[in-house]
Design a protein around this ligand. Sequence first.
Ligand code: NAD
Ligand code: UDP
Length: 311
Amino acid sequence: MRALVTGGAGFIGSHLCDELLKAGADVICLDNLITGSEENIAHNLGNSSFKFIKHDVCRPVNIEEKLDYVLHLASPASPKDYLKYPIETMNANSVGTLNMLELARKKGASFLLASTSEIYGDPLVSPQTEEYLGNVSCTGPRSVYDEAKRFAEALTSSYVREFSLDAKIARFFNTYGPRMRKNDGRAIPNFIWQAMKNDPLTVYGNGSQTRSFCYISDLVNGLIKLMKIKVDSPVNLGNPCEISILELARIVNRLFNKNENNVSYQPLPQDDPKQRRPEISKAKALLDWEPKIGFDEGIKNTVEWFRRVYG
Ligand code: NAD
Ligand code: UDP
C-alpha cells in the first residue's frame, strides 16, 4: 500500500504519516512547508518507506510510483495562519484540491479530503450532524478558510458523481496534541505557551464560546479507518466532549499551578463561532470508532511535549 499525504509535514499530517508507516505503508509526503516544518518529519527521513517532496499542491505534480491513496491535508489551518495567508489558503483548497483529485483519478487511487467543522460556520444547532448545512459568512475574514473548504467538499463530491472516484470527506473538529506550533495562534498552544512564559492567558470575548477538542491519536485512528472504507458523504471526526474557552483557560492554569483567574480578556475576533460540538454517530456506525483519550490525559501529554520541546 502506498499513500501520498499532502500537508504531511504539518501537525496532523506528520502524525498520519507516522501511523501509516507503522501500519507498513509506503508514504510520500508532499508539503511546501508554508506552515509545516521538516522537524515534524525528521525522524522519518532515513526510512526507505518514506519520501518527502517539497512541493506546492497548487502546481501539478508528477508521481511515478503507483498510489493507492491520496490524502489531501495541505492547507493553512489555524485562524492566525489562514488570515496571514488568505490567498494561499483559498488556492490550496481549490486549485490544490483539483490537482490532487486529478492525481487520484489518474492513479486509480482513493482520495480523502481533510475538511473541517468550520464548514458549519457559527452553527445554529448543536451538536452538528453531517446533515446540518451551516451558517457561514461568504465574505467575512474566516471565509477564506470556511468557503475554501466548502468549495473543496463540493469539488470532491462532483468527482464522485462525474468519475465515480472513491473519495471520502472527513470533517475534523478541533484537534490538539504534540507538534502544534507554540505560536500558531490556536487556543491550546497559546494558553500552554503563555502559562510557560508566566503570561496571563488571552481569552477572547468572555470565554463562553465552546469547542470540542479531539486528541491527535484519536483523529488519526479515525482517518485510517475512514480511508479504507467506501462512503461518499461527509463524516464528522471529533470528540464530543465540549468545554468553554474560559474553562479551558482554567484547566491550563491549574496544570501550571497558577491562579485560575490568570486571564487577560481580549476582543472576540469577528465571526468567531459560539459553539461547536460534533455528532459522531455516523463515524461510530461506519468505522466502529470513537475517541479514547480523555481531555485530562490529552492535555497533560501536550503540556509534557511543550515542556520538553520548548521548555
Ligand atoms: P498545519 O498547518 O500544521 O498543516 C498543514 C500543512 O499543509 C503544513 O505542513 C503546510 O506547510 C502544508 N501546506 C499548506 N499549503 C500547502 C500547499 N499549497 N502545498 C503543499 N503543502 C501545503 O495544520 P493542521 O492542523 O495539521 O491541519 C491539517 C489539515 O487538517 C488542514 O487541511 C486543516 O484544514 C485540517 N483541519 C485541521 C484541524 C485542527 O484542529 N488542527 C481541524 C479541522 C481541519
Ligand atoms: N481563543 C482564545 N484565546 C486565544 C486563542 C483562541 O480565546 O489565545 C478562542 C478563539 O476565539 C475561539 C477558540 O478559542 O473561540 C478556539 O480558537 P482556535 O483558534 O483554537 O480554533 P478555532 O477558532 O478555529 O475553532
